[in-house]
Design a protein around this ligand. Structure first.
Ligand SMILES: [Zn+2]
Length: 323
């Protein structure tokens, strides 16, 4: 015989009795709890799956970004290298441009004002005993440092040195030399002893046919717009020696000589040197203050002094003098 364990509660009130099957309620409740637990489980499972997926995605994204970062770093390195190369190129082009500027006689900024020695020696001119410079020393200086005209005709300056409006290029620039009007084929002479370091009919830009002479102590002279060059590169020339015939080659509106003096590569006003001679020997020390004349004179004095000593101590030379 089966024992029935159904639990029934009977509620009795004024209207009568009511039976409540407790077991049924318990079963229903269990079903609800089970459904709830299952739902919760499903929810947790789904959540974990989603979170895992998200973690995976984040990892992937992270890896991707790391890779991209590495690529960008590589690219950055490459760009840095390119920039460095360009910098070098610019520096190189700058050098070339400098040359081109000087070749066509154009320079934007003031020529070498800062870089050339702004000599204080001239406040020290009192220290320099110019009266003690002997005639021999003076003639030595006048032989080796450019002075006087490069032409044997009357000086007619058609374009001074310095800032001016370029008649052909239509821009303001520093005229690096002095223009002297000449008839065609006027002889052009070296203004000091030196060596021809440039004698070329082409490749000189606005200068046209050009001769450059390297002189002692850092000086150089340029003779431009020539019609005919009479010397060759490497040839030693004396002051007053014919180097060319004037003309109108390059950037030129008519026959003239563009004469330039450079000291340590930088143009200086040639007029002070053109007007410099034995009579006004000391004038250059006042007029051209960018050259350390004091130290230059010391060198020359030293050189000449030694030469005189040698002359005096050499019996052969004394003998030959005696004859
Ligand atoms: Zn000129």
């Amino acid at each position: 015989m089966k024992f029935d364990r159904r639990l029934v509660i009977m509620i009795t009130d004024l209207h009568g009795s009511k039976y409540i099957n407790v077991d049924m309620i318990f079963k229903q409740l269990s079903a609800y709890v089970l459904v709830f637990i299952l739902t919760l489980g499903l929810f947790i499972y789904a959540s974990i799956t989603i979170i895992n997926k998200e973690i995976e995605e984040t990892k992937n994204r992270n890896n991707y970004l790391l890779k991209e970062f590495a690529d960008m770093q590589k690219h950055n390195q490459h760009l840095n290298k390119v920039v460095q190369e360009k910098d070098e190129e610019i520096a190189l082009v700058g050098d070339k441009f400098e040359t081109i500027e000087s070749v066509i006689g154009v320079k934007k900024d003031d020529v070498g004002e800062e870089t050339l020695l702004e000599s204080d020696d001239f406040s020290l001119m009192e220290r320099m005993d110019t009266t003690s410079i002997s005639a021999l020393q003076k003639s030595f200086i006048m032989k080796f440092i450019p002075n006087g005209k490069p032409l044997d005709i009357e000086l007619r300056i058609s374009g001074p040195y310095g800032k001016r409006y370029h008649p052909i290029l239509k821009i303001y620039h520093i005229h690096t030399g002095i223009d002297m009007a000449t008839p065609m084929n006027t002889p052009v002479y070296a203004t000091a002893d030196g060596v021809i370091d440039w004698a070329s009919n082409s490749g000189n830009g606005g200068y046209g046919k050009l001769v450059k002479i390297s002189h002692a102590f850092g000086f150089r002279t340029y003779y431009a717009h020539l019609n005919d060059i009479k010397v060759q590169r490497g040839e030693f020339v004396k002051k007053g020696q014919l180097v060319a015939l004037s003309g109108s080659t390059g950037t030129s509106t008519g026959p003239h000589l563009h004469y330039e003096i450079r000291f340590l590569g930088q143009p200086i006003d040639p007029i002070n040197f053109i007007q410099w001679d034995m009579q006004n020997f000391n004038s250059i020390f006042e007029k051209e203050r960018r050259i350390s004349w004091l130290s230059l004179l010391e060198i020359i004095n030293n050189l000449m002094g030694r030469k005189q000593e040698q002359l005096q101590s050499s019996p052969q030379i004394q003998d030959s003098r005696g004859k």
